[in-house]
Design a protein around this ligand. Structure first.
Ligand SMILES: *Cc1c(COP(=O)(O)O)cnc(C)c1O
Length: 376
């Protein structure tokens, strides 16, 4: 089965991991510092806190904003459930606002309309790798005194107006799951140029420990002393995985170039196929495409999905609207809330897209789609 996403691991990656295994540090050592510096260099220069997953990154980001019971977080339903779930786990109420019909990204005006006096955070998601109007969301957050969180699980390597993802939001979160743009197996990162937010994120990812005597309540306790002011968790990324991440980042540009080629090949091969819609672009964006989200119109998504799966092509659907999950339905969220996101979900198929994908594979995928929708 041809997968829809797959890691690209080479001998340099293997050597980097082996070197970390043979070093004095399996975790919380120099490979973590090096990886955080390397991510920062690709994300606009903010402080980077590496964590154990993209989900952990979101949890850390929400904790850093201080959202809790009584506060509202406005976000997109067209995302992996973790974007919303981690806010709920912090005690906040999630308010879903609808997406742009063409890109699937959170609509700025829909987000604005969802703001109430209780809103503390707006979280946009760079769906498929296309940055979600980062300048407009930064302005919206400024206007209303909100924290702007960007879920960039799909979009490390993307730019908007020439500036990299990671340089716009108060807190940007990344995922390094194997299907994402680079991988550490499991892993993630939080990026923030605000020292206060970055400090809170760093403490939360490490039990809330305060090591700086100047910041401690009882600094005279002794040289061993560290203390916890606000509770946190252990979300530390091990050196073994950070070493893999640094090696992967050296090929970020090559990965992006190949993803761009493959995306363009799908665009060219599918542009004239009736009943399908290729992904929308934005002039300001130079995306590192994580997904190729094809839209199949006229209610034929399932038919095309089944034909591709039957041909050994492991397509996926991204995503069921987050509030359709029973956990949200049980909290009173009703279908119909965000019609654009629901329509997008009903039409979407993620075609295979990863650096190791061959041109012939793309052509075969296109051929199956052509045959299926041309059939009737
Ligand atoms: C993958 C993903 C996450 C979660 O990342 P993990 O590393 O799998 O925990 C969050 N948000 C989006 C949009 C994602 O695609």
């Amino acid at each position: 089965m041809l997968p829809y996403g797959r890691q690209a691991i080479d001998d340099d990656d293997v050597a980097a991991v082996v070197a970390a295994l043979r070093s004095d540090w399996l975790t919380t050592g120099p490979a973590v510092d090096a990886f955080e510096a390397a991510v920062s260099a690709h994300a606009g220069g903010g402080e980077v806190v590496s964590v154990t997953s993209g989900t952990a990154a979101l949890h850390v980001a929400y904790a850093a904003t201080g959202v809790g019971p009584g506060d509202e977080v406005v976000t997109s339903p067209l995302t992996f459930v973790a974007t919303a779930a981690t806010a709920v786990l912090q005690g906040a109420t999630v308010v879903f606002a609808d997406v742009e019909p063409d890109t699937g990204n959170l609509d700025v005006e829909a987000a604005r309309a969802a703001i109430t006096p209780r809103t503390r955070v707006v979280t946009a998601v760079d769906y498929a790798g296309l940055p979600a109007e980062p300048e407009a969301f930064a302005a919206l957050a400024r206007e209303h005194g909100l924290h702007y969180v960007a879920d960039a699980a799909h979009s490390i390597g993307s730019t908007w107006g020439g500036r990299p993802v990671g340089s716009f939001a108060d807190l940007t979160t990344m995922s390094f799951f194997p299907t994402k743009n680079i991988t550490t197996g499991e892993g993630g990162a939080v990026v923030s140029a605000d020292p206060e937010l970055a400090g809170r994120a760093r403490r939360f990812h490490n039990h809330g420990l305060v090591r700086d005597p100047a910041a401690q309540r009882w600094p005279d306790e002794g040289p061993w002393h560290q203390e916890v002011h606000e509770l946190g968790l252990n979300y530390r990324l091990p050196d073994v995985l950070a070493a893999l991440g640094t090696a992967q980042l050296r090929r970020l540009d090559a990965f992006k170039a190949r993803r761009t080629e493959l995306h363009a090949r799908y665009d060219a091969g599918l542009a004239d196929v009736p009943g399908v819609r290729t992904p929308a672009h934005r002039d300001q964006a130079d995306p590192m495409w994580h997904l190729y989200p094809l839209r199949v119109l006229e209610g034929r998504r399932r038919e095309v999905f089944d034909a591709l799966r039957a041909a050994g092509i492991g397509v996926q659907v991204n995503y069921i609207p987050a509030y359709w999950h029973p956990a949200f339905a049980d909290r009173g969220y009703r279908r119909g809330l965000c019609p654009n996101a629901e329509e997008y979900y009903r039409q979407e198929i993620s075609l295979p897209l990863f650096p190791g994908l061959a041109d012939d594979d793309v052509d075969r995928v296109i051929e199956v789609i052509r045959r299926t929708v041309g059939d009737r």
